[in-house]
Design a binder for this molecule. Structure first.
Ligand code: PLP
Length: 401
């Protein structure tokens, strides 16, 4: 800074753009700058022209956001990663990256997250794309649909929401590729600790980083990981739509990610214990969890999920309908009745009211979701306390059944 400048000028520039010193921080910085100063106009020209990597403007790239995307890429695999303001933006970008054209079809698993279904129906169908929902848990149905429809893209989650049916990712990927489709896996519920879809040939993987990756309920974000051939179209789309992640959220999610290996196995173990104990309690019409003996795809778990873990969500069927569920939610003392998963604390969600609100009663019934279905996203608390809270609330709700 030039000390001859007026005070008003110096106030604006003081302390900024100081050349880096020797020694770098052990934890990476939150770089909030919107723009960057390359070392020369020639360098700026090369970066903006795409001949050189570097930073010019945070809608194109930001170092804090890149650090998060790269961290997730190192866990999941893939050749290219970028982060978005939410999981939905990442899912939109992945579908867009398959370059669907009018007349093409997109197949989505019937049990997909409700908003993902709404996204394809409300944003892709009007472009002239055919949206086909199929029960991809059932391999025969999946084969029939994929061979007949020959879609451009297939989007699914391994563990369905909220009933935790298990899709055979490797088999669906093989069938989809044989039908000429590109495969996008939403790995939010399974995380790279249980499933790494690139290992079985997925073309893109998406995450709502809002959930387990971040883990503390205080930052929203999405991550898209892809093979290198998608990099250009994804980057272009992000630049033009601008659904970028803010650096502060990126930093928070990155910090959360460091403890995923401690949090998530504990959440899965808590869920497995709770599932058995809640079933034994006799208080629920049904308990859905992939490791329970009556689960229809139980045999897929050992083959598909690392360490045979079944995820951290348990879904309950309360006797009675809406009144009983509302009483159950009101009575919870420890479990938080809020609409998300993946936080360190246990959460309860009523799909009829929240995640599957846009589906008709008939559509929900076809998925197996009833007026008594409640999803429990299990946290890291002591499992005894979670169990006692759920049972006390279920006892109170029984009077309304
Ligand atoms: N995918 C799954 C499986 C989800 O559960 C969610 C949100 O609940 C999303 C995607 C969307 O993520 P976000 O809320 O970060 O946009």
């Amino acid at each position: 800074m030039d000390n001859r400048w007026e005070l008003d000028t110096r106030l604006v520039h003081a302390g900024e753009r100081i050349p880096p010193q020797a020694g770098y921080p052990t934890v990476h910085d939150i770089v909030v700058s919107n723009s960057f100063v390359p070392e020369s106009p020639e360098a700026a020209d090369a970066i903006l022209g795409g001949q050189r990597q570097g930073y010019t403007y945070s809608r194109h790239n930001n170092p804090t956001v890149d650090a998060l995307a790269e961290a997730v890429r190192q866990l999941e695999g893939g050749e290219f990663a970028t982060a978005y303001g939410s999981g939905m933006a990442a899912i939109h970008a992945a579908l867009w990256a398959t370059k669907p054209r009018p007349g093409d079809a997109i197949v989505v698993s019937r049990d997909l997250y409700g908003a993902s279904i709404n996204l394809v129906q409300e944003f892709f169908a009007p472009l002239g794309l055919r949206v086909v929902q199929a029960d991809l848990v059932d391999l025969d149905q999946a084969r029939r649909v994929l061979e007949t429809v020959r879609p451009k893209a297939v989007l699914f989650e391994i563990l369905s929401n909220p009933l935790l049916r298990v899709i055979d990712g490797p088999a669906i990927t093989e069938l989809a590729h044989a039908a000429g489709a590109e495969v996008i896996v939403d790995n939010t519920f399974t995380t790279p600790l249980l499933v790494r879809p690139f290992e079985f040939g997925a073309d893109m993987v998406v995450h709502s980083a809002t959930k387990y990756l971040s883990g503390h309920g205080d930052a929203m974000g999405g991550v898209l990981l892809a093979q290198g051939r998608y990099a250009e179209v994804i980057h272009r789309q992000q630049k033009l739509l601008g659904a970028v992640l803010g650096p502060f959220e990126a930093w928070l999610i990155h910090r959360g990610l460091k403890t995923l290996g401690l949090r998530f196995p504990r959440q899965c173990d808590n869920a497995a214990t709770l599932a058995v104990r809640l079933l034994e309690s006799g208080r629920f019409r049904r308990v859905h969890y992939p490791l329970l003996p009556d689960h229809p795809e139980r045999e897929r778990i050992a083959r598909l999920m690392a360490h045979g873990r079944g995820g951290a969500v348990v879904t309950l069927e309360l006797p009675g309908g809406r009144d009983a569920v509302f009483e159950f939610l009101r009575r919870l003392q420890l479990v938080v009745p809020a609409t998300t998963v993946g936080d360190v604390y246990t959460l309860a969600l009523y799909p009829v009211m929240a995640s599957h609100r846009s589906q008709t009663r008939e559509e929900r019934a076809a998925m197996g979701i009833t007026e008594g279905t409640v999803r429990i996203a299990v946290g890291i608390e002591a499992v005894e306390d979670i169990f006692a809270d759920l049972i006390a609330a279920a006892e109170a709700a029984a009077a309304h059944a």
